[in-house]
Structure formats: structure tokens, C-alpha cells
Design a protein around this ligand. Structure first.
Ligand code: FAD
Length: 382
């Protein structure tokens, strides 16, 4: 017999990445008194994509709903509750996009689309581009644009802030507990986990790359999630004072780089499809990134100190999937975070908590196109 909580509504959140912990934290804010349990299959939280990101806040990124969720997240990122953090979550860092002569059209497009941030994307002259990232090869530069309001996010501290707030409000976390299947039980669910059966009145699917696997195991139609590989690696820095250097990328998104202490964080920015898995770097991707970075800069990269790969997981229309499944309203999706799951996490978690149990969005989402994130869009509902 599946153990259902007798005293209060039990919510089970599946997944302890940034999406799951933000959802869990906000669920207890919006539904105080609920019994919220977060289940994570790994021995530690944030081991998959959340622990492998570039840790950037870049408001002009992704689909309109991703940009709106990012805007809704900025107040939390800039001013998190004092008792949840020990230091600011953001450190200002401009983002510089550089273009060769052939890529000039892409600059025009980015200028047109770059209006989501408080300060819109700006074109800068080449002297300013060189000041923002001195190792660039000036002879290859044709145009450059800057996103001035961007920042590095302390991802570990953000994740920990949600965990702290969740635990303080009475939330429970079980690691090394994988959900293998779920079946309807009364109005809720009975979950088969590696630690036995768990009853739930509401299930939140925040399983990242495994989001469709979890849905399938619950008899819910998958939404068509596609995990895509992205590899990052660290190389020695140039041994210069890098204060004020920008996060710098080619406008074709074929490479990016930023300083990280004495090292440089680099990526090929690739988007190769993958199965859900513990992704590992491929030598060819790293070699290709080094070749492109050495073409664009004078850094003369020869060797790599460490490398890793994460899965950025997208729904077919590249917008997130947040809210109850139409035919199973106690199964709530929070997946498809793609390349912006960190910077959108406060907003996505809050929206999920608002929509769970059939509620509507709170004031922070005034004017937000809900249909653009609801799972119903994949079920012919608008
Ligand atoms: C190289 C790279 C750069 C990036 N840069 C940025 C950036 O600058 N800014 C930004 O905002 N985003 C960035 N992203 C994207 C961001 O990292 C992701 O959108 C985000 O981390 C997704 O979080 P998540 O919680 O959905 O997934 P995950 O962190 O993968 O969490 C999902 C969790 O669910 C668990 N799980 C899965 N199945 C089960 C199950 N059956 N039972 C129990 N647990 C389960 C997994 O173990 C995992 O811990 C980047 C990603 C990569 C790879």
C-alpha cells in the first residue's frame, strides 16, 4: 500500500538541479503547510547540468518566454532574501559579441532583438571591443556589440539559497533516490523509487534531460524533449590582470570565453543531440574549440586543464514547459530549461508554484504569455 500523507498535502519534486530546488522552495512559499519532498537520484544535488554551466546572466537570450522568465527572475538574483545568502549572487560582467566581415548581418539581427534587458544591446567601436577583451585579434574584427547589464551568477550560492529556504520552511530532501515509475493512486500518485514506494498528491517533474523518461514512467505522454551536448573546459590564463574583461563570444555562437580566476573558461558552444546521460567531453569538440579560439584571439591555447560536458535540454519549440499536464493535472512539468535554466530559475520556480493546483500566475507575471510555456501547447490546446 502506497504511503500517502494523512496530515497535509504531499508534493514530490523529482530532480535536485536548479529547476527542482527553485520549484521546491517556491512551492513552500506559495503553499505553506504542504509536505514537500524533493527526490534526487544522485548522491549529491546539482551534479548534472546545473553544476556544468557558464554561470551567466544574459537577459537577451532565448525565446520570448525565456526572456520574460529571466526578467521575472532578476529581482531575486539582484536582491535575494538576506537570510538565504552570505554574499551577492551577481558580479557585473559585460558580454561582448564579435563579428567578422561575413557575420555583419548577424550583428544587425542581434541589435534588433536585443531589447529584453534594462539597457538594450549596444554597438561599440573596435577600440572599446579591444578594451573589453584585449586578446582579440583586431585584424579579424569587423563589428562588436555589448550587453552591458550582464553578470556572472554564483550558481552554487543560488542553488544553496533555494535549498536553505526550502529546508527552513520544513521541506525534506532525499538523495540517492531515483523515481522509476509512477501510477495514479486516488487523486494523486504512487511513485516507485529505489527507496520504496512514496505517495504524492502532486508530482513535479524537474528531471532535466530525463524529463520525458519520468513522464513515460508515469504513463504521461512525453513532450519531445531533446538534450543537447555542450562542452566547456579550462585553460591557463594569460597571466595578466583580467579585471573588467568581458565574457566574449563569436556572433555565430561558434565559441565563447571568459576569465575565471587565473584560468580561462572556454566552450565550443556546440548543440549536438544526445540521449539523457552523464555526458562526457569528446576530444574532437575540445580541439575544434581551441582552433576557433586561437583564430579569434592571441591566447595561443595549447593544453587543457579540465573539461566537462552538460546537457542543455529543449522542448520542440525551445520554450520551457511549466504547468500541469492537461489530462493529469496532478502531474506538473518544469522542464526544457535549455541554455537559460540558471538565470530563469527564480521566475520558473515561482510560476510553477503559482500554477500547481490549478492556480493562476501572480502579479510578477503580468502580461506573460502563459500559453507559450504550458504543456497543453503540445496537446493541441492553446
Ligand atoms: C556548458 C553549459 C553552459 C550553460 N550556461 C548557462 C548560463 O550561462 N546561464 C544559464 O542560465 N544557463 C546555462 N546553462 C543551462 C543550465 O545549466 C540549465 O538550463 C539548467 O542547469 C537545467 O537545470 P535542471 O534542474 O533542469 O537540470 P539538472 O541540473 O540536470 O537537474 C535535473 C536533476 O534531475 C535528476 N533526476 C533525473 N531523473 C531523475 C529520477 N528519475 N529520479 C530522481 N532524480 C532524477 C538528475 O539527477 C538531476 O540532478 C548552461 C548549460 C551548459 C551545459
Amino acid at each position: 500500500m502506497c504511503d500517502h500523507s494523512q496530515m497535509s498535502t504531499r508534493i514530490v519534486v523529482i530532480g535536485g538541479g536548479i529547476a527542482g530546488v527553485s520549484a521546491a522552495y517556491h512551492l513552500l512559499e506559495v503553499h505553506p503547510g504542504a509536505d514537500v519532498v524533493l527526490l534526487e537520484m544522485e548522491a549529491t544535488l546539482a551534479q548534472h547540468t546545473t553544476g556544468r554551466s557558464a554561470a551567466l546572466l544574459l537577459e537577451n537570450l532565448g525565446t520570448p518566454s525565456a526572456r520574460a522568465l529571466c526578467s521575472a527572475s532578476v529581482p531575486f538574483l539582484r536582491e535575494p532574501p538576506d537570510d538565504l545568502v552570505d554574499a551577492p549572487l551577481l558580479a557585473h560582467r559585460p558580454v561582448l559579441h564579435v563579428a567578422t566581415l561575413e557575420q555583419s548581418d548577424q550583428v544587425d539581427r542581434m541589435l534588433e532583438e536585443g531589447t529584453s534587458a534594462t539597457t538594450p544591446t549596444l554597438e561599440v567601436d573596435l577600440d572599446e571591443a579591444m578594451r573589453l577583451f584585449p586578446p582579440l585579434r583586431r585584424e579579424r574584427l569587423h563589428r562588436a556589440i555589448v550587453e552591458p547589464d550582464s553578470a556572472d551568477i554564483d550558481v552554487g550560492a543560488l542553488h544553496q539559497a533555494f535549498v536553505r529556504g526550502f529546508r527552513r520552511a520544513g521541506g525534506r530532501i532525499a538523495t540517492s533516490t531515483r523515481v522509476d515509475a509512477a501510477r495514479p493512486s486516488g487523486d494523486g500518485w504512487c511513485l516507485d523509487t529505489t527507496d520504496g514506494e512514496v505517495g504524492a498528491d502532486l508530482v513535479v517533474n524537474a528531471a532535466g534531460a530525463w524529463g520525458d523518461v519520468v513522464a513515460f514512467g508515469a504513463g504521461v505522454e512525453p513532450v519531445g524533449l531533446q538534450p543537447r551536448r555542450r562542452t566547456a573546459f579550462m585553460v591557463n590564463g594569460p597571466g595578466l590582470d583580467t579585471t573588467g574583461w568581458a565574457f566574449t563570444e563569436g556572433v555565430d555562437e561558434g565559441w565563447y570565453i571568459k576569465d575565471d580566476g587565473p584560468q580561462m573558461f572556454c566552450s565550443l558552444a556546440e548543440e549536438n543531440p544526445s540521449e539523457p546521460c552523464d555526458a562526457r567531453p569528446e576530444e574532437l569538440d575540445v580541439a575544434m574549440a581551441i582552433e576557433r579560439l586561437n583564430e579569434a584571439t592571441t591566447l595561443g591555447i595549447r593544453s587543457v586543464n579540465s573539461a566537462w560536458t552538460g546537457l542543455r535540454t529543449f522542448a520542440p519549440d525551445e520554450s520551457m514547459v511549466i504547468g500541469p499536464e492537461p489530462d493529469h493535472p496532478t502531474f506538473v512539468w518544469c522542464v526544457g530549461q535549455g541554455g537559460s535554466g540558471i538565470q530563469t530559475s527564480p521566475g520558473a520556480g515561482r510560476l510553477l508554484a503559482d500554477l500547481a493546483f490549478g492556480g493562476g500566475p501572480s502579479d510578477a507575471f503580468d502580461g506573460f504569455d502563459l500559453d507559450g510555456v504550458r504543456p497543453g501547447r503540445f496537446r493541441g490546446q492553446r
